[in-house]
Ligand binder design. Sequence first.
Ligand SMILES: Cc1ccc(-c2noc([C@H]3C[C@@H](O)CN3)n2)cc1F
Length: 328
Amino acid sequence: ASTGTVAATPETGDVEYLAPINIGGQTMVMDFDSGSSDLWVFNTQLAAASQTGHTNFDPSKSTTFKLMQGASFSISYGDGSGAAGNVGTDTVNIGGATVTSQAIELATAVSSSFVQDTQSNGLVGLAYSKLNTVKPTAQKTFFDNAKSSLAEPVFTADLRHNAVGAYTFGAIDSTKFNGSLSWAAVNTTNGFWQFSSTKFQVGTGAAMTVAGGQAIADTGTTLMLANAAVVNAYYSQVTGAVNNQTVGGVTFPCNAQLPDLQVDVGGNYMAVVRGDDINFAPVDNAGTTCFGGLQAISSDLQIYGDIMFKSQFVAFNGGNNTIGMAPH
Ligand SMILES: Cc1ccc(-c2noc([C@H]3C[C@@H](O)CN3)n2)cc1F
């Protein structure tokens, strides 16, 4: 039974968290995404202009790579970016946890935002395999393939503000969080790490309820996207907060005092998201106006991204479909 741990390094401004994987002997620094289920890479099939600045997987240099005849993929992400191409299999090793025949999706086209993001050379999807986009036959995620050989059928995300954290497969390192994990049931219907989240509290204020609230834990989303009523209640407590259509969300003075936000996870645990982490980044050169890490989403499904992960250590249990959290 194996385990694997890799460093999770934030891009500047905590925009995304990158970690190295080994594919057929080649190291690729990747964006780990618990909100999607495709493992795709920049590679030598891409147009030269798209390859520029990236590490490009070269299937011809891997003695274990096999093309998957007739298979293709096409994926689009929440922000409208995407990638498409063909598929093969190869050995993937992430920090010591190894899968010998992992579907590797080789992009032949990627959207401009991926080309510009030269720190990332692809994505490792860690949601449920039902979301995998390979046709004609959906492929399993690395975690799904690795699960049975891991010491425990879990992976964890220990993401930090402007500091190196870790992704671990097969073990839960209890030195990385305070107290004990609180576990919640995962609703796997949509293929996400989805749980009930209906109760909220802004600072020491009154508790509020969003009937039927659900949320997903999504390491690939930078911010925290919650119900508009919650977001409005939160920023009503922040002097100078305005909904700034020009920049596309709520901004506030960078020296604002930001309250903590508590959100419930599965009905029994109130996860505290630190107010400091809700100050995401300045929008002006003078650094006087800052963009909120908490923003509204109109869909019923809230997306708890990296802003939450910076306050909460998260364990994803694929054995019993539960999600565990504890402050760190
Ligand atoms: C340039 C770029 C664009 C998007 C993403 C991206 N990765 O994960 C996600 C979220 C949204 C949902 O689709 C699944 N998880 N978004 C990464 C990028 F590097």
